[in-house]
Design a protein around this ligand. Structure first.
Ligand code: HEM
Length: 444
């Protein structure tokens, strides 16, 4: 859908009506306005994603901005980069396991499906950071409890349900009779229950005086015991936010990492430049054998690759809508009546020639190697994590995952694209068959 929307914007300009009450916008300035003005709230689209584990909604689906900012305060510390980096050693362990698996693939001359391996990594990270234990996807190299197939099935359904007009939504329930979708929804309920069991187990351990590991679950539970009554933050809220993290934290990271690595594998000169940066930094002692987030963040070409990976491949296939408030509002020099859904089209904004130059469809990380302020402005235009109050809560987790695995992987291995990827465009733009050949490098 993002490609179609982009084509329509090329023909019709800044605003495109994709449904009677839904307009997509291509202008980063308008995107900023609707994302940072508190009167523009989330709309009915988000109702399709409600987990229903608590009397409150989770942060992602809370529509009312005033309520959202109250609830967001509860999360501030737990999701900060400082908090994520306190758990860095668990990422290191998973990356160590990933490297071992890549060695095996290389030695057996097997192709690697980037989408699958990055998904396994992303899901295991959520297990480690939220529940103190990886799910075992990397270890077992298979789809445990069908979770990968389930998200692949249920996320597109929820996206379609969200986009459908109100009157049509009940008719969409017939889709639940499709055996694969019905199975997906049942599995998703199973995943919720499994999460609830983990929370209950943790509470039992803490109450029994057992030592437990520092993780997001522990931090969010501590908040229940410290201030829960005062701010109405309950164990059910913790269960719900942890479940949402398992849904929000896998496809998002896997797709973006796949984009970065696939484009590097298809552009050997770009890969060589990154590997040379990594080798030099290793030789001069700025990168340890297990690369830390802080060390990786000092590599300019790596940062450029990450930004370009976000830009070239929009994560969201659908626009991300906000509702025009009571009384109507002017956006982009036009008046919009109250209730209109204005949706930012990432796939169009990220390809703005005014911001990124004429070669917007080409992979060129070098475009990000400009003065810091200019790169920051360009990043704002991409808006990959959203901007303003409703921006991505998991962005520090995602950044740490990417910054760490890419240099560690590419210091030891060369990747070559084995076949052109295809993309399944739904709520997410999901790469399919992004297969690469993995070869060990002979580093001096
Ligand atoms: C590359 C990875 C990711 C990208 C590009 C991304 C992007 C986004 C975007 C654009 C939004 C705003 C959506 C909207 O306005 O409808 C968002 C919200 C959110 N994301 Fe992410 N995300 C990523 C990874 C993650 C991870 C790893 C987690 C959790 C572990 C996460 C959890 C959330 C949550 C909870 C929200 C709702 C925030 C709020 O409304 O306060 N995301 N994400």
């Amino acid at each position: 859908m993002s490609l179609t929307i982009r084509r329509l914007h090329d023909i019709h300009g800044e605003f495109v009506r994709i449904a009677p009450n839904h307009i997509t916008i291509a202008s980063p300035t308008c995107f900023k306005q609707i994302s940072t003005t508190k009167e523009f709230e989330k709309g009915e689209f988000y109702d399709a994603f409600v987990a229903g584990l608590s009397k409150h909604r989770d942060l992602f689906t809370t529509r009312q901005n005033s309520l959202h900012s109250q609830r967001k305060r509860i999360h501030a510390n737990a999701w900060s980069m400082t908090s994520v980096l306190e758990m860095e050693k668990y990422l290191d362990e998973l990356i160590g396991l990933f490297m071992h698996k890549m060695g095996k693939l290389a030695d057996q001359n097997e192709l690697m499906d980037l989408g699958v391996w990055m998904w396994r990594y992303a899901y295991d990270v959520i297990g480690e950071l939220f529940f103190g234990q990886s799910y075992g996807f990397l270890e077992q190299e298979r789809d445990i409890d069908n979770l990968m197939a389930t998200t692949g099935m249920v996320a597109p359904f929820m996206g379609m349900l969200g986009m459908a007009p109100t009157w049509f939504k009940p008719f969409m329930m017939w889709m639940l009779a499709v055996p694969s979708i019905a199975r997906g929804v049942r599995n998703m309920e199973g995943a919720k229950e499994a999460g609830q069991r983990k929370v209950a187990d943790r509470i039992r351990k803490i109450e029994g005086g057992q030592q437990t590991r520092e993780d997001m679950l522990g931090k969010l539970l501590n908040y229940v015991w410290d201030k829960g009554e005062k701010v109405d933050w309950t164990v059910q809220d913790v269960e719900q936010e942890c479940f949402v993290a398992t849904v929000a934290g896998n496809d998002t990271v896997a797709i973006t990492l796949t984009s970065m690595l696939y484009h590097l594998s298809a552009h050997p000169s770009s890969l060589a430049r990154l590997q040379s940066e990594i080798d030099q930094a290793t030789a001069n002692g700025s990168l340890s054998s297990t690369i830390s987030y802080k060390e990786a963040a000092s590599l300019p070409y790596l940062s450029a690759v990450i930004s370009e990976g976000f830009r070239i491949h929009p994560l969201f296939g659908y626009p991300v809508p906000r509702i025009v408030p009571k009384g109507g509002a002017e956006v982009g020099g036009r008046w919009w009546p109250a209730g209109t859904a204005l949706g930012a089209s990432y796939g169009t904004m990220e390809k703005s020639k005014d911001v990124f130059g004429d070669d917007v469809d080409s992979w060129r990380p070098e475009r990000w190697l400009v003065e810091k302020e200019r790169a920051a402005r360009m990043w704002d235009e991409v808006g990959a994590f959203g901007i303003g109050q409703r921006a991505c809560l998991g962005q520090h987790i995602a950044r740490a995952e990417m910054m760490k695995i890419i240099p560690q992987f590419l210091r030891e291995f060369i990747i070559e694209a084995a076949s052109p990827w295809q993309c399944l465009e739904r709520w997410f733009n999901k790469p399919q068959n992004a297969r690469v050949k993995v070869t060990r490098r002979n580093r001096l």
